[in-house]
Ligand binder design. Structure first.
Ligand SMILES: C[S@@+](CC[C@H](N)C(=O)[O-])C[C@H]1O[C@@H](n2cnc3c(N)ncnc32)[C@H](O)[C@@H]1O
Length: 292
């Protein structure tokens, strides 16, 4: 007679997964094990707390263990579960585009505050849209806004297209392939908002990034040139041409880039230049208004 081993429980699998992830130096090991098990079971994460003694069947156990091993090799959690939440929107992620970050939600929030104060706005441009995060969040929050989302990576464009369609925003978010604002020559002096999260890591800092970023995020989403500001410097004068007088440019940036980017914006005749910090207190965003 063969005695079958009892199916492992939710509680045991979580402890096992968390231990492996912790042994690989992942600081949020327990929470990440929970996300992976919840995804494998197809349930919300909080339900795991309600049924720690639930027995988990063989196929799900094998799938969960495979996913924990992927995470232990520092593949980002979002690629394993397949999505990230951005301002309440579920966005598909893949190695073709940067995983949207919480600090970028603050950039969208800034844009929406300005739209309330200075709007109504008709046309916004999201430069380097990646997954489509900023463009989709703006369109979802501002039902009268048309958003043009520019991107030069074919892989990111395809991913953004999938996200825009899945969120039902295809009628108001238009994807354009190309380099910064160059494809939008027909919109000179017509745009209310240009928003961008450009690559801003200095090239020399790339090797020191955490493995999740260095090995999994596309280099063209990270590498901002020798001091991290190459793309911003090209973008600012292009944005000044596209924006109507009184229109706004908002950009995410790296640490210690505010002073130089402020100068670049003043030289391109931006006014009311302001800087905002992220949740860690780091100066993370710069914005200004095109002068008359
Ligand atoms: C830091 S990622 C931001 C992605 C997304 N906007 C977000 O916030 O999650 C920068 C994006 O800009 C794109 N990009 C870089 N240089 C570009 C250029 N010259 N023209 C258009 N897109 C560019 C990259 O491919 C990448 O998708």
């Amino acid at each position: 007679m063969t005695l079958l081993a009892p199916a492992p429980t939710v509680g045991r699998l979580l402890a096992e997964g968390a231990a492996l992830l912790e042994s690989q130096g992942l600081p949020a090991a327990r929470q990440e094990a929970e996300w992976l098990l919840a995804a494998a079971l197809g349930i919300d994460r909080f339900r795991l707390y309600l049924e720690p003694g639930r027995a988990v069947s063989g196929e799900i156990v094998r799938g969960f263990r495979r996913q924990v091993e992927r995470r232990a090799r520092h593949e980002p959690l979002q690629h394993i579960v397949g999505f990230e939440e951005f301002r309440g929107l579920r966005l598909k992620t893949s190695p073709a585009a940067l995983i949207p970050r919480p600090e970028t939600e603050l950039l969208v929030l800034w844009a929406l505050e300005l739209a309330l104060r200075h709007g109504p706005w008709a046309i916004a441009v999201d430069v380097g849209t990646g997954t489509g995060a900023i463009a989709c969040a703006l369109a979802a929050a501002a039902p009268d806004l048309e958003v043009v989302a520019v991107e030069r990576s074919a892989g990111a464009l395809a991913l953004a297209g999938t996200n825009i369609a899945a969120l039902g925003l295809g009628g108001r978010v238009r994807l354009v392939a190309g380099d910064l604002l160059e494809p939008l020559g027909g919109l000179i002096n017509a745009v209310d908002l240009v928003v961008a999260n450009p690559p801003y890591i200095p090239t020399g800092d790339l090797p020191g990034l955490p493995a999740e970023v260095r090995d999994w995020e596309p280099r063209q989403a990270l590498d901002g040139g020798p001091d991290g500001m190459d793309v911003h410097r090209r973008l600012v004068p292009q944005a000044a041409r596209l924006l109507r007088p009184g229109g706004w440019l908002l950009m995410e940036m790296g640490e210690r880039q505010a002073e130089e980017l402020g100068r670049v914006m003043v030289a391109a005749s931006f006014e009311e230049i302001g800087v905002r910090r992220d949740l860690r207190g780091v100066e993370r965003m710069i914005g200004g208004r095109k002068g008359p």
